[in-house]
Write a protein that binds this ligand. Structure first.
Ligand code: GLU
Length: 300
């Protein structure tokens, strides 16, 4: 792992806010990425206007990115403790345009409930973590993107013993989701007859479904697809998405230069094929689907 001043800064910030650094659900809370086969080309001799976040990151030679550590296809620690997935690859594409290679990225675990606070406290420069853009969150952080459109769906035990075909069938059932997520909020707001069990990460919901503690798990279809791939005999996807979940890249509220930069990088990756390559080598391996058409960036 690299030595930079940034981890010290994070530790100091964490101490001030009484935050326990990532690592609560994984021993590897702060991981440097390692060179992969399809590493994006790193920009050379990058120059950014002084005072911008881009200049600060490029000068420091380090970027800290919050992502998920337990979501196959999007953000998952591999057996060597290195994060892998579509979100991780998007992070590498952005870092490369800042002149940083994979070894200069610190991936930190963010769970659904702490993404806004990690951005606000400066513990991360970016959050790329199956993070839905919505108006409530826009009051706290800014979003670049979207770079993918998911939809809320339901995962059940194989054979669907409870006959759950959509959210209306969750009435009287015990459904698991994650604190601080849009799917959990949707169940609270619109399906109050379901009993909601909440954990901090989705892998714990999968365990709860396995041991019969809950009847179903609900979150974005692509996250559930990754969990089904991990236990194809135990789980199945209902396959009937009922919301729109546009994934954005979270950053400090008001940092328009950085947001414009990330939006430019995303659009370039849509055009030059690196976004599709990132999909094909990660989430696409799990869904079995080729990269879809990329969404349109929304420069709100
Ligand atoms: N995309 C949804 C959200 O941002 C669910 C996935 C997640 O919790 O990361 O809340």
């Amino acid at each position: 792992m690299r030595l930079t001043t940034r981890p010290a800064r994070i530790a100091a910030t964490a101490a001030v806010f009484g935050v326990v650094l990532a690592g609560c659900s994984s021993e590897a809370g702060n991981q440097a990425a390692q060179e992969s086969d399809n590493a994006p080309e790193v920009a050379e001799d990058v120059e950014f206007e002084a005072g911008t976040t881009m200049a600060e990151i490029a000068d420091a030679g380090s970027i800290t990115i919050g992502t998920k550590f337990d979501q196959p296809g999007f953000g998952l620690l591999n057996p060597s403790g290195v994060p892998e997935g579509f979100d991780v690859e998007i992070g590498k594409i952005i870092a490369a345009k800042l002149g940083l290679d994979e070894g200069q990225i610190e991936f930190v675990e963010t769970v659904s409930a702490n993404r806004e606070s990690f951005i606000q406290n400066g513990q991360v420069d970016l959050v790329i973590a199956t993070y839905t853009i919505n108006d409530t969150r826009k009051e706290l952080v800014d979003f670049a993107g979207p770079y993918y459109e998911a939809g809320q769906d339901i995962m059940v035990a194989s054979g669907n013993p409870e006959g759950i075909e959509g959210p209306d069938d969750l009435a009287g059932k015990n459904v698991c989701s994650v604190e601080g997520s849009t799917p959990a909020q949707n169940i609270r707001d619109n399906y109050p007859e379901a009993t909601l069990t909440l954990f901090d990460v989705y892998s714990k919901c999968a365990d709860a479904l396995t041991n019969g503690q809950v009847d179903a798990v609900t979150t974005d279809n692509v996250i559930l697809t990754g969990l089904v791939a991990g236990n194809p005999d135990g789980f199945e996807l209902v396959g009937n998405p009922f919301t729109e979940e546009p994934y954005g890249i979270g950053l400090q509220l008001g940092d328009s230069d950085f947001r414009d930069f990330v939006n430019d990088v995303l659009e370039e990756s849509f055009d030059d094929g690196s976004w599709a390559d990132a999909w094909d080598s990660t989430a696409g391996q799990i869904t079995g689907e080729p990269a879809p058409e990329p969404p349109s960036v929304d420069r709100y």
